[in-house]
Ligand binder design. Sequence first.
Ligand SMILES: O=C(O)CCC(=O)C(=O)O
Length: 287
Amino acid sequence: MGWKPTAEQAQQYEERGYFTVPNVVSRQTAAEMLGVIKNAIMTPDTEDIGTDADPMDPMLDDTPEARAVRFRKLNKFNQRNPLIWHNAHCGQPVLDIARYFLGDDILLKYDSCFLKPAKSGSATPWHQDNGLWRDGDTEPFNFWMALDPATIENGCLQMIPGSYKTEIVHHVLYQNSIHGELPRERVEEMIDTYGVEHIELEPGSVVVWHSNAWHYSPPNTSDKGRIAIAGVMSSPDIVENGNSGDVGYKWLMKQGQVMPDFPAQEYAMQRTPTGKAVPWIKIDEPR
Ligand SMILES: O=C(O)CCC(=O)C(=O)O
């Protein structure tokens, strides 16, 4: 039999829209993946690392300390690093969980590393993942794996329990937003009603959530850095019946078999991508 959530995990997913799974990979494997990321970000002249909005750029000097804190998020980094790829996104333990949600054919939609350096790591604003994708997808499976301990002090993820039951809310851009985010007054109302849960995790442990779930992470004011990797998985069925663009889907599992290739095989989309992301609403006044 394949992986199944415990009764408690299933209940948490139904009630809150997320659950955690301890020790999906060992601490040793998590430490090795962390090493790959640190090597890359601390290497001078890292041209092709892939990143997005980053308040810590441009770096002020070229010391190892400055290099270690220059990125907030690395897009498509994990699919370019075989040790991370084969242990996490395309690793049997993660795919066993994804298979429970998606079936025997699984594709990678997005992958990222989230970095929150000690003292300077910035916030990720409140969002729903599908509020950022703007393609209407609700089914895909999201996982986030701690590589450093993720604690309240160093800015672990925060989730609003039950928030996944809302619609996909149109995300907005404030003057001080780093990317689209949920309207701040709606976030306040939701927190007043449902509260917030802090998702503390040990290295190698995972949180899985529904793409509608409202989540956030605060700045890191502690003296401990926090690096994590995340992935969004989908399936050929969802892709072909959905409205996403061709985002460069990669094969992870075919007919229940983990794909051994590196680099990963590209998924050839059958339909013509028609979806166009709805533009952000811009809000002029910072709040
Ligand atoms: O790691 C973080 O701080 C944010 C992660 C996140 O929001 C996501 O994976 O959607």
